[in-house]
Design a protein around this ligand. Structure first.
Ligand SMILES: Cc1cc2nc3c(=O)[nH]c(=O)nc-3n(C[C@H](O)[C@H](O)[C@H](O)COP(=O)(O)OP(=O)(O)OC[C@H]3O[C@@H](n4cnc5c(N)ncnc54)[C@H](O)[C@@H]3O)c2cc1C
Length: 741
């Protein structure tokens, strides 16, 4: 069995041949393999779907070494058993076909030439990960949908995946999960590769409108707003940092009239989904749990910088602590949504284990264009979508749930007639409900980027860390530098002078990383962040591939608010995204002070041991200002302004007395019945940290709210009474569009 191919010898036809062989082999295997029979065929179809959609790469030089897959050697397999691999011919054929499929999918998604070792990496991963034998195989795509379902969930991201799992626990409920993207791939599993997914086919590829306050170093002054378009949504592209936020965040939500959302209320929902793999953390049973669907683990690999970051934090006077525990202020090694060193997306965590449930259909490559709402009864009764190039509809007997994320959810609400009346009318959309808060109140976390040079070869430099050894170490031993989430090792939560120190509600998060923008020589990081050639050349080119560490100084509680508006009523046209970063002076102050604190951090003894020195090339647009003055830093933070991709709060939850609230505390859309929003959009204020864990919590709690509602007929009639009273209250306030359901 041998395989060797290069770009010069393989054209797209050859790839088609490979796919055909692949399918045949897998079909044979399918007949022999009793378990998961129904799904394998579907999976193959899915893979083919991906392959047909993706472009074939003709211009890359890659070679899969002869006899590579026949190598026999001792290994620590995924099962954890020490074994000698002896592959018989059939297994080898299956492995080969899987490798080819994965290589092609990987190449089509990110381009093999980006990293020369990519084919080795994919081959090794695929060989040791066989999907076919994985008990948690990928979910099948439902090709033909039923005419109606009890629940329709739009978007299979962090929240949507959780919901689909929890709602389909009820056998009598038929659930449809609709997702615009397709399957994850072997590449999406590899933590070090996450930046390669930006601007790939798995990313919606949003860009903000050009504005003067931030992202001035980006092409056309537009920030890149990466968003997952794949089963698992943004949890497939994210850096997997597991941060729950601060108690005060949720207590503030409750204080603003959102009953049931205080810290004590939501803590059980964080724990419900958690499988904490660190036994020391798991001992704290008040804050952690084991046995849930979502694996949370420490990174198996850290550079010496990871521990040094902790020491530097201590030197600055902070404790080392579990930042998901009793207190938040302090330093810690990150906890990750990883499983055995690979990404554990919400698709992997919540959808794969239930792939055989008959009452759950998942429809991929399905772009929802509108929620169907009866204008007379104002009840959501289905959705309109495009699949296989055809516009179709599907009906919901109980509820439609929007989990399309903080950009697409308000977009879909507006397309469906729920939003600011004058804006909808201006775009020619029939207004079902005037909801001025839709698309408003947009919050995100931004960071300034600070880089330090060091003297020792210990940081993650891309051309040093991706090689056949690290690929095998990742695939076989589940550790090594490829399990590093782009160098993010340590986190620090600290207060600037604008936060109350005694409050344990820090306003700055240091994301400390052992790799930086120039560590890949100005290729993928620059592209992912959308930096201009001029900026990169002037600031970073001189330190390409040098040993460095970086600090993303992330401002936690922004006061600036962005907005999302319709470009047109065409559902396929991207909406207008206005970040409005740094338009509030408070945000400029906090980010400037955070940047200065980051520079102080790099000058601690713990970091100086490595020869740490600030990379202080003046940034192009700020050169005219005296270096290192507040004026200079105020300019600096507006240049390389990095979104940490935490867009949220665009369909916020609030009491009926809040005219800007889009959903009530049970996440039901005001003014329309049978419709909820359950995703990052519903946050009234963004949480104090990275937001994936809170979004998963929102999914868990949202599912329980739905179950409670439908299993308690009395709640439904009580709700009618409540809504009637609230309707009257709104009438008195002059908001007369809240319908009674
Ligand atoms: C690059 C990146 C890095 C990040 N890093 C971290 C991190 O390390 N830690 C952390 O806590 N958070 C991180 N985040 C943020 C976090 O992952 C997201 O906030 C979270 O995943 C959002 O969940 P969601 O369910 O609201 O939306 P998403 O997960 O984005 O899900 C929305 C889903 O809906 C689908 N969809 C949208 N519109 C339609 C439509 N019209 N029809 C059908 N389907 C549709 C999308 O394709 C997507 O799958 C990161 C995010 C990104 C993008």
């Amino acid at each position: 069995m041998s395989l060797r191919y290069t770009d010069s010898s393989v054209g797209s036809d050859d790839f088609d041949d490979i796919i055909d062989d692949d399918t045949v082999v897998n079909e044979k295997k399918d007949k022999e393999n009793n378990s998961g029979k129904a799904n394998t065929q579907e999976n193959e179809n899915n893979d083919q779907n991906i392959l047909q959609e993706d472009e074939v790469c003709h211009d890359e030089n890659f070679v899969v070494e002869e006899n590579f897959i026949l190598v026999s050697f001792p290994l620590q397999g995924k099962t954890g058993k020490q074994s000698i691999i002896n592959i018989d011919l059939k297994m080898a054929v299956i492995a080969l076909s899987s490798i080819l499929t994965a290589v092609k999918a990987g190449v089509a998604i990110i381009g093999a030439g980006k990293i020369a070792v990519l084919p080795f990496l994919i081959a090794a991963i695929t060989y040791f990960h066989y999907d076919q034998y994985d008990p948690e195989n990928r979910n099948p795509d439902q090709k033909i949908l039923d005419p109606s379902y009890d629940f329709i969930i739009i978007g299979a991201g962090s929240a949507g995946s959780v919901l689909a799992n929890r709602l389909s626990e009820i056998e009598g409920w038929k659930v449809l999960l609709m997702e615009a993207g397709g399957q994850e791939t072997d590449i999406t599993d590899v933590p070090i590769m996450s930046l390669y997914l930006h601007k790939s086919k798995l990313d919606w590829g949003y860009k903000t409108e050009a504005q003067d306050t931030a992202c001035q170093a980006m092409i056309d002054k537009r920030c890149s707003w990466t968003r997952g378009k794949v089963l698992g949504g943004s949890s497939v592209l994210n850096t997997m940092l597991y941060i729950r936020g601060n108690k005060r965040d949720f207590n503030r939500w409750a204080d603003y009239g959102n009953e049931g959302w205080s810290y004590e209320d939501v803590l059980p929902y964080f724990k419900k989904s958690q499988d904490q793999r660190n036994p020391y953390l798991a001992r704290d049973k008040r804050h952690h749990a084991t046995g849930g669907y979502q694996t949370v683990q420490d990174n198996p690999y850290n550079t010496p910088l990871g521990v040094a970051f902790l020491e530097a934090g201590q030197e600055m006077g902070y404790d080392i602590r579990d930042i998901n525990g009793e207190k938040q202020t302090g330093f810690a090694l990150y906890q990750f949504t990883m499983r055995r060193g690979a990404r554990c997306s919400t698709a992997k965590a919540f959808l794969r284990p239930i792939r055989l449930r008959k009452n759950l259909h998942i429809s991929m490559y399905t772009h929802v264009t509108k929620v169907l709402i009866d204008p007379d009864t104002r009840r959501a009764y289905g959705v309109e979508y495009i699949k296989n190039g055809q516009k179709q509809t599907v009906l919901a007997k109980k509820e439609v749930i929007l989990s399309a994320g903080a950009i697409n959810t308000p977009h879909l609400l507006m397309l469906s007639g729920i939003g600011p009346q004058s804006h909808l009318e201006e775009k020619g959309i029939q207004v079902i409900h005037d909801s001025p808060g839709v698309g408003q109140n947009l919050q995100d976390h931004i960071a300034s980027v600070v880089t330090f040079l060091i003297d020792y070869p210990i940081s993650l430099v891309i051309n040093r860390l991706v090689n056949i050894n690290t690929a095998l170490r990742y695939a076989i031993k589940e550790d090594g530098p490829l399990t590093s989430s782009i160098g993010l090792e340590t986190v620090g939560f600290i207060p600037t002078k604008y936060a109350n120190r005694s409050d344990d509600w820090p306003d700055m998060e240091f994301m400390l990383t052992s790799t930086t923008t120039p560590a890949d020589g100005g290729t993928q990081v620059k592209k992912a962040h959308g930096l201009t050639d001029e900026f990169y050349k002037e600031v970073y080119e001189s330190i390409n591939y040098k040993d460095t560490f970086g600090i993303f100084a992330m401002m936690l509680r922004p006061k600036s608010r962005g907005e999302i508006k319709l470009r047109s009523k065409n559902p396929l046209e991207y909406p207008l995204l206005y970040h409005n970063y740094l338009t509030h002076p408070h945000d400029v102050n906090v980010l400037r002070e955070g940047t200065k604190a980051a520079i102080a951090f790099g000058q601690t003894e713990a970091m100086k041991r490595f020869g740490a020195r600030l990379h202080n090339v003046p940034v192009p647009n700020c050169k005219h200002l005296p270096l290192f003055t507040d004026e200079y830093w105020d300019c600096y933070i507006g240049q390389y302004t990095l979104s940490i991709y935490h867009y949220s709060c665009t369909a916020k939850m609030g009491p009926v007395s809040d005219p800007w609230a889009v959903v009530d505390p049970q996440l039901r859309v005001y003014g329309v019945s049978g419709l909820r929003v359950i995703d990052a959009s519903i946050m009234p204020f963004v949480t104090n940290g990275n937001i994936n864990a809170p979004v998963i919590m929102i999914g868990e709690k949202g599912a329980d709210l739905i179950k409670y509602y439908w299993f308690n007929p009395s709640t439904r009639s009580r709700r009618k009474r409540e809504m009637y009273l609230k309707f009257n209250a709104r009438l008195q306030q002059g908001h007369n569009n809240c319908s009674v359901t």
